[in-house]
Design a protein around this ligand. Structure first.
Ligand SMILES: [Zn+2]
Length: 251
């Protein structure tokens, strides 16, 4: 029987234990900025997601999730579900068709396969976010980068592991959103996966419009520049819904 060695990452609210094996660490000298909530002041939960690891949480209606790109240019692959009926889940085509634009920016309403608002982007510190590039997997890595990458886990494997904690499986994985990943749509319609435009401490904030199960893969990809070839932590901060006296003033 093998033993998994764990690493400890400190956060302002205390230590968080990760089950990511030792070795899954960022390069020495990497600039890290854990920043803070982009929207809201009352912190409900505060987690550090280790490099290469998955994460999930139910964000209640009205609460705001701030995702911090702690080390810069770290792709946070993301899926969202109606927490009370997971057959309703994030839909890329509904989201993009409704807003008539290929990029996710502040104001974008992230819609479900039923067209309902799941979450709204209420703060965004980089120019645009991607929801076309998809998630990496050991299958796509093998196809793109060679058979030697078969044993590297990807975002799909992270999604499957984390989804299983909520009774979900492969049939529940749909097209995802990639926070902090730079996927430009060129004039001829081609997509690129190129060097990032984020930086340590940059944030995006999304407000839950219903109770939403959020699943994130801190992308393990090391075969293209989507993580600067140096996977770094993410910080996930949930802040409370504003009270009635402050509604509309702190968003
Ligand atoms: Zn990935």
């Amino acid at each position: 029987m093998s033993t998994i060695t764990t690493k400890t990452f400190s956060t302002p609210s205390g230590d968080v234990i990760s089950t990511v094996p030792v070795g899954a660490i960022y390069a020495p000298g990497t600039v890290l900025d854990e920043s803070g909530p982009l929207v809201g002041t009352v912190i409900v939960s505060d987690d550090i997601v280790a490099p290469l690891a998955p994460w999930s949480l139910i964000v209640k209606a009205g609460e705001v999730l701030t995702i911090v790109d702690v080390g810069g240019n770290q792709s946070a692959d993301c899926l969202m579900y109606n927490a009370h009926d997971t057959a309703e889940r994030y839909s890329v085509p509904d989201t993009l068709a409704w807003q008539g634009n290929a990029y996710v920016r502040e104001g974008t309403v992230l819609r479900s396969n039923l067209g309902h608002p799941l979450m709204t982007v209420v703060g965004n510190e980089i120019d645009r976010q991607d929801t076309i590039g998809g998630a990496c997997s050991k299958e796509s890595n093998t196809l793109r980068y060679g058979q030697h990458t078969e044993y590297q886990h990807g975002c799909r494997e992270n999604f499957l592991a984390e989804a299983s904690r909520h009774g979900l499986g492969a049939r529940d994985l749909v097209s995802n959103l990639n926070w902090f990943m730079n996927v430009p749509v060129e004039a001829d319609g081609a997509l690129g996966i190129v060097d990032g435009m984020s930086a340590p401490g940059k944030r995006v904030a999304i407000r839950a419009e219903m109770d939403v199960l959020v699943i994130v893969s801190n992308c393990p990809q090391m075969n293209n520049p989507c993580n600067d070839f140096n996977p770094t932590p993410l910080r996930m901060i949930v802040t409370a819904a504003p009270t009635s006296t402050t509604t509309g003033t702190d968003l």
